[in-house]
Design a protein around this ligand. Structure first.
Ligand code: C5P
Length: 391
């Protein structure tokens, strides 16, 4: 719940600033936008005003008459320049103040985050490299740019970071919660295991519990990487979401996200996958019996990460969905998989896909029985326990 001053400078990626404003507001922040002359060529003042619900400033002298650039500069908790063009970064590095954005950037005492966006050649230019070094030495935080296809027919580092990634960086800088400075990896949702190019095996996991845990951890200030199978629930704000389909992809994404202080494995990972996935759709043959599907074992992501020799997160939390003997099975699972905690769900009711959950937290110290709670509340309690444990 912070006040952000968002400077939008001239870049084709400026349209993404509207999405950033939407996500930031959804996360509870107030956003005051400033458009540079270049920024105003790519997004309209009207669109920005509509999405931000705030007055948009674009003229130093008009702003002066209204509230004054010093007050504008002093008000925010964080100044974000997204997209930050090569020109804006150069002006910042040189300390120029020739328009409202640069004047505010020079006058502010708030922390500053820049999300650069430019052509790869401009990003690689020694002038830009030197400017970024100067800004970093001054404590300016940077998110991106990312590598990938550009609006021009070329590719390379220079793409504006995705709005969700920028928001995650914002949350990280604002975070004063007990998990600030911590990185947590969360898995969520089902996996899909291909049978042939058009069919797959999956399960009914909605991703609600895992996504709620990711959101609750982010709300306590953690940087969260959420590795999710295909789900219909929306991405939690302020979380980096990596989308995968199969168990093997999920394991690779979790490993790529390490190091992490903690990992929470809430995904309903398929234990088995079809052994042979042909390149063609399996045909129905008239008169012939249906084909069999031979299954093979998937990697156990929780056990693999919990038993790692290097970069094992300090706290590894697994889930156990059981319909009977919930706690003894969970205690057994905790030992077998080598994780620290098991959140044991009693799924004898309508938990899969539902909004409530009855869980027991199984740790080395013993078992805690939690009452039947909404999944959001289970998530908040678990996040609070994780914060306590990492402290
Ligand atoms: O063995 P079981 O599937 O009951 O274990 C459940 C726990 O293990 C959950 O935390 C789930 O996310 C995790 N798991 C996994 N990879 C698998 C199977 C389960 O990470 N292949």
């Amino acid at each position: 719940m912070a006040h952000l001053l968002l400077i939008v400078s001239g870049s084709v990626a400026a349209y993404k600033a509207l999405e950033l404003v939407r996500l930031a507001r959804r996360a509870g922040h107030a956003v005051t936008p400033i458009l540079t002359a270049g920024g105003a060529r790519f997004v309209t003042k009207e669109a920005m005003a509509g999405i931000s619900g705030a007055r948009v400033h674009d003229d130093l002298w008009a702003a002066e008459a209204e509230i004054g650039h010093i007050r504008l500069a002093r008000a925010p908790d964080l100044v974000v320049a997204a997209p930050a063009s090569a020109d804006l970064l150069a002006k910042m590095a040189a300390g120029l103040a020739d328009d409202l954005a640069t004047t505010v950037l020079l006058a502010t005492r708030a922390p500053v985050l820049v999300a650069p966006a430019m052509n790869p050649a401009m990003w690689a230019h020694p002038a830009t490299v030197a400017n970024m070094k100067t800004l970093a030495a001054r404590g300016v935080a940077v998110v991106g740019p990312e590598d990938g296809p550009m609006a021009e027919p070329e590719s390379g580092p220079g793409r504006l970071a995705e709005p969700a990634t920028i928001l995650a960086a914002i949350q990280g800088l604002l975070a004063s919660g007990p998990l600030s400075g911590r990185h947590v990896v969360v898995t969520s949702g089902p996996t899909q295991e291909a049978i042939d190019p058009v069919r797959y095996i999956a399960n009914r996991s909605s991703g609600r519990q895992g996504h709620a845990i990711a959101a609750a951890l982010a709300a306590l200030g953690a940087r969260v990487t959420l590795v999710s199978g295909p789900v219909a629930v929306p991405d939690p704000a302020g979380v980096t979401v990596v989308r995968i389909e199969s168990a093997r992809d999920m394991l690779a994404a979790v490993e790529a996200a390490l190091p992490a202080d903690a990992a929470v494995f809430a995904a309903a990972v398929a234990d088995f996958r079809p052994a042979d996935v042909g390149t063609q759709k399996i045909k129905k043959v008239p008169g012939a019996p249906p084909p069999g599907i031979t299954l093979t074992l998937n990697p156990d992501i929780l056990a693999t990460i919990a038993q790692r020799q290097v970069q094992r997160p300090a706290l590894v939390v697994g889930f156990a969905a059981e319909t009977e003997n919930v706690v003894p099975h969970a205690q057994d699972k905790r030992r077998r998989k080598g994780c620290d905690w098991i959140v044991a769900n009693d799924v004898s009711g309508d938990v899969m896909g539902g909004v409530e959950n009855t869980v027991h937290l199984v740790t080395e110290a013993g078992v805690e029985d939690w009452p039947r709670l909404p999944k959001d509340e289970v998530a908040r309690r678990l996040a609070a326990r994780i914060a306590e444990s990492l402290d």
